[in-house]
Design a protein around this ligand. Structure first.
Ligand code: SME
Length: 166
C-alpha cells in the first residue's frame, strides 16, 4: 500500500494529474473488500489533489434497503445532505441515467439540491460494480463557475471505472 499521497510534479497537466491519481488510487485500494474504504480513500486523494477547485468531494451510495435512494458515504468538505432520491438533483440524475452529469451552472439545473449554497458547478459520475450494478455516484462540487470540463470528466470516469475492481 502507498505510504503517502504523491506530489504533483512541476508542470503536470490536468490529464497527467488524473492518470497519476488513478494509479495511486488503484494501488491504495487494491484487494480491499470494503466499498466504503475504497470511497474514503478516493475522496481523500482527489480532494487534496484538486483543492481548492474541488470544494466538496464524495460519494452517495445506493441504499441497499431503498434501491431508488442515495445515502451519503465518505466525503471531504462541508456538511452534505444525507439522502438524495433518484428523482432529485444532479446526483439523482446521474444515478437514474447511469451517466455522468457535467453541470456548469447548478443554479440553472432543474431540481438541483443546494446542500451548500456556495456550490456553483459540479460533476457527478456513476460508480458501477463488476456485475454492472450501480453502487454509488461520485459527486464533486466547486465554488467556481464552470469548474469542470471534458478532461475532468474523462479523468473521473477512468477512476470510477476501476474504483471497485482494482
Ligand atoms: N449537488 C448535489 C447534492 C449533493 S451536495 O451538494 C453535497 C445534487 O444536486 O445532486
Amino acid at each position: 500500500m502507498a505510504e503517502a499521497m504523491s506530489r504533483a510534479p512541476d508542470g503536470e497537466t490536468k490529464a497527467e494529474a488524473y492518470a497519476r491519481l488513478k494509479a495511486e488510487i488503484e494501488s491504495v485500494v487494491a484487494g480491499e473488500t470494503s466499498e466504503v474504504a475504497r470511497y474514503a480513500s478516493a475522496a481523500c486523494i482527489l480532494a487534496h489533489a484538486f483543492s481548492p477547485r474541488y470544494f466538496w468531494t464524495g460519494f452517495y451510495m445506493v441504499d441497499a434497503d431503498k434501491p431508488e435512494e442515495l445515502v451519503v458515504g465518505p466525503y471531504q468538505g462541508t456538511l452534505g445532505c444525507l439522502r438524495i432520491p433518484f428523482s432529485k438533483g444532479v446526483c439523482g440524475a446521474a444515478a437514474r441515467e447511469r451517466r455522468t452529469q457535467l453541470v456548469e451552472d447548478v443554479h440553472a439545473f432543474p431540481g438541483h439540491i443546494a446542500c451548500d449554497g456556495r456550490t456553483n458547478s459540479e460533476i457527478v459520475v456513476p460508480v458501477l460494480r463488476a456485475d454492472g450494478s450501480l453502487a454509488a455516484v461520485l459527486d464533486v462540487d466547486s465554488e467556481q463557475p464552470a469548474a469542470f470540463d471534458a478532461e475532468d470528466q474523462a479523468g473521473l470516469e477512468a477512476i470510477c471505472a476501476v474504483l471497485l475492481t482494482a
